[in-house]
Design a protein around this ligand. Sequence first.
Ligand code: NAD
Ligand code: TDX
Length: 333
Amino acid sequence: MRLLVTGGAGFIGANFVNQTIVERPRTRIVILDKLTYAGNTASLAHSAERVDVVRGDVADAELVDRLVERADAVVHFAAESHNDNSLADPWPFVQTNIVGTYTLLQAVRRHDVRYHHVSTDEVYGDLAFDEPAFTPTTPYNPSSPYSASKASSDLLVRAWARSFGVRATISNCSNNYGPYQHVEKFIPRQITNLIDGVRPRLYGTGQQVRDWIHVEDHNRAVWEILERGRIGQTYLIGADAELDNLSVIRLLLAEFGRESDDFDHVTDRPGHDLRYAIDSTLLRDELGWQPRYSDFRAGLAATAAWYRAHESWWRHAKAATERTYAAAGEQVL
Ligand code: NAD
Ligand code: TDX
């Protein structure tokens, strides 16, 4: 199979490519990635000789058309992915996530190429603590410019599948963790703070709940859907690991041998979603998928070990990321 992977130099895309090279060596991969601040070809070091990386924009119609024409399938990971950035400047989210997806859809439609769209559980908005988890039929209700742009892109995919017969599937996954995640995100930010001897930073009270999944489990589900998913279907991917942010910080403090109150409460995120939770029954029953990382604490410890062992991968981004948070007005409460 000739696979076009957009965003293959980002966190989830790079893990997808690295896993695919090992587990499905007959797959030929071309990556299309703009190499924004979030893209890093060092994440592909182990795959470098086996993949072609094209530096370019998913909203560049001419380039996209040329690459899609030569592919059997497209897996679309590329996105602006960080909620806090979308609050500071929403425009790149509209351009990349909405116009970029539109551009890809037009190309796969023209060339009748199979398309898998990687999306997020945030399109459904947030849940009260006692509400049932999201299902594929939960109404869309996004809160942030990021999640609104992802919701918009999902709706384009649904429309192109129904109106134009595009052979598309969509997956909406919960919060990922694992190697190669940018230090702007919650878990790597706290791990790298702890490595640097700096106190972790918890937004507000830390009562917000996220449903954590290891990136390798997410990517194995993407492959199952790509190969055996029903065209036009939305699949939810989650590993049943709901935890509030305060508890995640405490697990990390314990992992680093620090006291359980050795962290700072900082300015809360405006519009902060309270809780995400995924019901992945359809994916499990129909495609037989199950997470392999069922112990979140062990997965977190392995991730902390990875960041300890790969300082050269993240160090260059750390200071700039912290400056961005400071410039956005983050303060210790
Ligand atoms: P990331 O920010 O780590 O990587 C995004 C990649 O896309 C980067 O390599 C970047 O250079 C590239 N990119 C950005 N704009 C581009 C453009 N215009 N053209 C081409 N490439 C561009 O993101 P991630 O965490 O790996 O997320 C990947 C996908 O998974 C996104 O679609 C995201 O919405 C979705 N997702 C993420 C999570 C999560 O927890 N991280 C959970 C569910 C879904
Ligand atoms: O320093 C921090 N302190 C903190 O308390 C940061 C960076 C975050 N948080 C909180 C905010 C969230 O409740 O931790 C939680 C997780 O934050 P993020 O890592 O920014 O993730 P989230 O906003 O939940 O979105 C993530 O999951 C869904 C990804 O970034 C999205 O791309 C994905 O769609």
